[in-house]
Design a protein around this ligand. Structure first.
Ligand SMILES: Nc1ncnc2c1ncn2[C@@H]1O[C@H](COP(=O)(O)OP(=O)(O)OP(=O)(O)O)[C@@H](O)[C@H]1O
Ligand SMILES: [Mg+2]
Length: 312
């Protein structure tokens, strides 16, 4: 939507596409139509334990279908999925990929839209304005897009806008924070009741800091944990494959026994750290600094060691 409140059209001359809001609203960090090639790549890149990804997608799709056909009073599904887990475990990447997956799984004539909410910008709206910003976001921006067809909304780091009110002290936190949380929950409820084809995917590192009212509205709470041995091997393989596409010499590191050894010594690293380890390994000697295809396995192992010791 533009500043004067009109939805901007993304339609090229010949094709009629759904209009999307522009990103000049407090709290809105992305708006796009689905399916989306980048998001499809995110879905492929996220590694979860056996079968979990498909189970998550199918459960989300089933909820979506049920909400369309059964009244809220009979089946109180809010259309809220919560992904919780430590930093760097792929929650945001998974949420974006899930949006794309859902758009592909749900057949229908209408195109899916996607909005991403950056809770930090909303919460940091100047004093007295965050409640207003939250209301505007749910009641106008999200509601208008939802009126045009199916919609997935990512509420990233949701504890920032749905902070547990029980833990807020009125001394340290102005009443506006409380009102903003109330507004978020009321807005969510209103969208959930009136628009049955909207799915909110919320992520958080701090589930204990999320207001209980939001927790109880979640249809599904998914714990995204540190990668298992198998997942670490797959993440390392994916990162090294990407490296080898640019620097073919790195293919040596894709040998199964090397990947097994690297995965074995990287217990405790999250997916983000694991991927970054490749860059740290490249920087460990003068040759691989200029040609990262020349990373040695010893340097990779040493970089993993540094990362697991917190030195990276
Ligand atoms: N399980 C995983 N499989 C593959 N890649 C992963 C995994 N976890 C993290 N990554 C990679 O790490 C990076 C960070 O992931 P992402 O931002 O989705 O994590 P997050 O859980 O949302 O982190 P935060 O809690 O800090 O917001 C991405 O490049 C992602 O591809
Ligand atoms: Mg995240």
């Amino acid at each position: 939507m533009s500043r004067n409140g009109h939805l901007r059209s993304t339609a090229p001359a010949a094709q009629q596409l759904r209009p999307l809001p522009s990103l000049d609203h407090a709290g809105l960090s992305d708006a796009r139509l689905l399916p989306d090639a980048d998001f499809a790549a995110y879905w492929d890149a996220v590694v979860l334990p056996n079968g979990d990804k498909n189970r998550i997608a199918q459960t989300a799709a089933a909820g979506f279908v049920l909400r369309r056909s059964i009244a809220f009073e009979r089946l109180p599904l809010h259309g809220v999925i919560l992904l919780v887990g430590p930093p760097g475990t792929g929650k945001t990447t998974l949420a974006r990929g899930l949006a794309d997956r859902l758009a592909k799984l749900i057949c229908g004539p209408s195109q899916f839209a996607y909005l991403e909410i950056d809770a930090h910008t909303l919460a940091s709206s100047s004093l007295g304005r965050s409640q207003q910003a939250v209301q505007q976001l749910f009641d106008t921006t999200i509601a208008e897009v939802a009126a045009g067809g199916p919609l997935v909304v990512l509420l990233d780091e949701v504890e920032t806008i749905a902070t547990d009110r029980g833990q807020l002290s009125f001394d340290a936190n102005p009443a506006d924070v409380h009102r903003a949380v109330d507004a978020a929950l009321i807005g969510l409820d209103r969208v959930a009741r009136t628009r049955r084809d909207v799915l909110f995917v919320a992520t958080s590192n701090f589930p204990a800091a999320i207001d209980g009212a939001l927790m109880s509205r979640a249809d599904l709470v998914i714990s995204v944990d540190l990668p298992t041995l198998q997942a670490r091997k797959a993440i390392l393989a994916d990162t090294i494959t990407a490296l080898a596409e640019a620097y073919p010499g790195a293919r040596r590191l894709l040998a199964d026994d090397l990947l097994d050894r690297a995965a074995a010594v990287s217990e405790g690293l999250d997916g983000r750290r694991l991927r970054k380890v490749i860059a740290a390994a490249a920087g460990r000697n003068a040759v691989s600094t200029v040609d990262p295809g020349e990373i040695t396995f010893d340097d990779l192992q040493a970089a993993i060691g540094d990362a697991t010791n917190g030195a990276l």
